[in-house]
Design a protein around this ligand. Structure first.
Ligand code: PLP
Length: 496
């Protein structure tokens, strides 16, 4: 049905729009549905040609309280970290302390990237110190801050590994080994990096199968990508042996740092024998996560790989400075793979990372990892679903058993909590991959457990109809991701 724009929408038209998206009266009308006042905008003295100007516009004329209520109601229709817990597994930190936002919002935090080194010494110092912090946390010798996400960090890490092999006349190495339990980005990174991906099965306990690894390794191995604890939350006990096996054939060991929270301040990938790693600062160091970023995925490497890192990096200026010379400078590593992002990456994200690490200090980081592991273990002990693989660390993977994990997730929304990650990793049937994180209290964990347990008792009919108490019912997730309709006008035109 098409509308005469100069007339207010009839009740029928409004109801028609509503019926398409909403059930149970949870609908919040658009501002333009609440009021369609035409406002004269008198364009008489406009210098623009007549056919490019209008003399009236349809604008909702609403009072301030009506506006405030509209936006408040919209905010209540969505679930967010400020409303409740977010136990998505393999995503780690979902809550970002507000103080890091404050620090990044300081007017002085934002500097124009084209300013001279001399006038941005504070910025360079922060970068230098962050490189140093991350290097010490990971046990790595050199760090680049440029990559804008974990997956981007993986890609940089693999390109650096490739450049290293190439430089050593080992360019024939064309295979990257990835455990089958690995995050999807690992497979994608290896493939995009031009490698053949060799998938590695897990043993009965959910860890790397050493015999399978032995069989997969060869003179063609460029690298093995691992996360430790792995995506089941299990620590790879044989990590030093694994590292030795990989190094013996001349391969490199890549650490996917998404699960670093379990290790912070306790163990370092560098000490385990890893040669290159990325940090998911939005999963470990308080920067926003979700919506595609902006994030940051710094990459750390051991000395042998440092010359291949992206350019530029930051270092202390030479000792020959007379005191009036800048203390920090940018430089290009000798065999750099080049730039992977404009300037220095997502700068303000790095400011938040620095602020968080500096505020927590050594003890705070230790405490964060201890609490993350404790919370995961406490929650798992309270839920009725089976957790097949133990002992886990910062996250666990429960099985929904006879229930469909996706239905369980939808039903949990009815109990006012966000569901865990579902259906992955595939080693666990109907996986509920759960990571409560270090920020939740015992009270919240009990509430989460109660939601899990209530759903565990329910029959399929209820689960399949869920969610019932949310603003939107079951949506077509594939269509929402593949062909999102972001414009109300596009929807309106469809309806007409
Ligand atoms: C999230 C995640 C990644 C990818 O990181 P992004 O920043 O989302 O690109 C890689 N590996 C694991 C294990 C992860 O959980």
């Amino acid at each position: 049905m098409s509308r005469d724009e100069s007339e207010p929408a009839t009740d029928d038209q409004v109801r028609y729009d509503q019926a398409r998206y909403v059930e149970d009266g949870q609908y919040e009308p658009l501002l333009s549905e609440k009021d369609r006042t035409r406002v004269e905008i008198g364009g008489d003295d406009s210098p623009l040609p007549d056919d490019l100007t209008r003399d009236s516009l349809e604008l909702p004329a609403l009072s301030e309280p009506e506006l405030a209520r509209h936006y408040t109601r919209l905010s209540q229709m969505i679930y967010g970290i400020d409303t409740g817990p977010y136990p998505l597994g393999s995503c780690t930190m979902k809550y970002n302390p507000k103080f890091t936002e404050d620090v990044a919002a300081l007017p002085k935090a934002a500097v124009h990237p084209d300013r001279s080194e001399r006038s941005t010494q504070g910025t360079l110092e922060l970068m230098y110190r962050l490189q140093d912090y991350l290097g010490r946390i990971g046990g790595m010798d050199a760090v680049t801050l440029q990559p804008p996400a974990g997956a981007a960090g993986e890609f940089v890490g693999i390109r650096v590994a490739a450049a290293y092999h190439e430089h050593n006349g080992e360019g024939h190495r064309d295979e990257v080994i990835v455990p089958e339990s690995a995050h999807g980005t690992n497979f994608a990174t290896a493939a995009l990096g031009g490698y053949d991906v060799v998938s590695l099965p897990s043993d009965d306990e959910g860890r790397v199968d050493l015999e399978a690894l032995e069989a997969a390794l060869s003179e063609n191995t460029a690298a093995l990508m691992l996360t430790n604890p792995n995506t089941l939350g299990l620590f790879e006990r044989n990590i030093t042996e694994i590292a030795e096996m990989v190094h013996d054939v001349g391969g490199l060991l890549y650490y996917d740092g998404a699960n670093l929270n379990a290790l912070l301040g306790r163990a370092r990938p560098g000490d385990m024998g890893f040669d290159v790693m990325h940090y998911n600062v939005h999963k470990t160091f308080a920067t926003p996560h979700g919506g595609g970023g902006p994030g940051a995925g710094p990459v750390g490497v051991v000395d042998e790989l440092a010359p291949f890192l992206p350019a530029p990096r930051v270092r202390e200026a030479g000792d020959d400075s007379s005191g009036s010379e800048p203390a920090y400078e940018l430089f290009d590593p000798d065999h750099t793979i080049g730039k992977v992002h404009g300037y220095q990456g997502n700068w303000l994200v790095l400011v938040k990372t620095f602020a968080y690490i500096a505020r927590l200090g050594d003890e705070g980081l230790l405490d964060a990892s201890a609490t993350a592991v404790l919370n995961a273990n406490y929650l798992a002990s309270r839920i009725e679903y089976d957790v097949p693989y133990e002992p886990f660390h910062h996250e666990f993977v429960a099985s929904a058993g006879d229930q469909d994990a996706a239905d369980v997730a939808k039903r949990m929304l009815d109990y006012g909590v966000h569901p865990p990650t579902t259906k992955w990793p595939e080693i666990v049937p109907e996986a509920l991959m759960t990571e409560p994180t270090e920020v939740e209290s015992k009270d919240t964990l009990d509430r989460l457990a109660a939601a899990f347990n209530a759903v565990a008792e329910e029959d399929d009919e209820i689960l399949e109809a869920a969610p019932e108490r949310t603003a939107a019912r079951r949506i077509d997730q594939t269509a929402a991701a593949r062909s999102p309709r972001l414009s109300w006008h596009a929807l309106e035109n469809d309806a007409s």
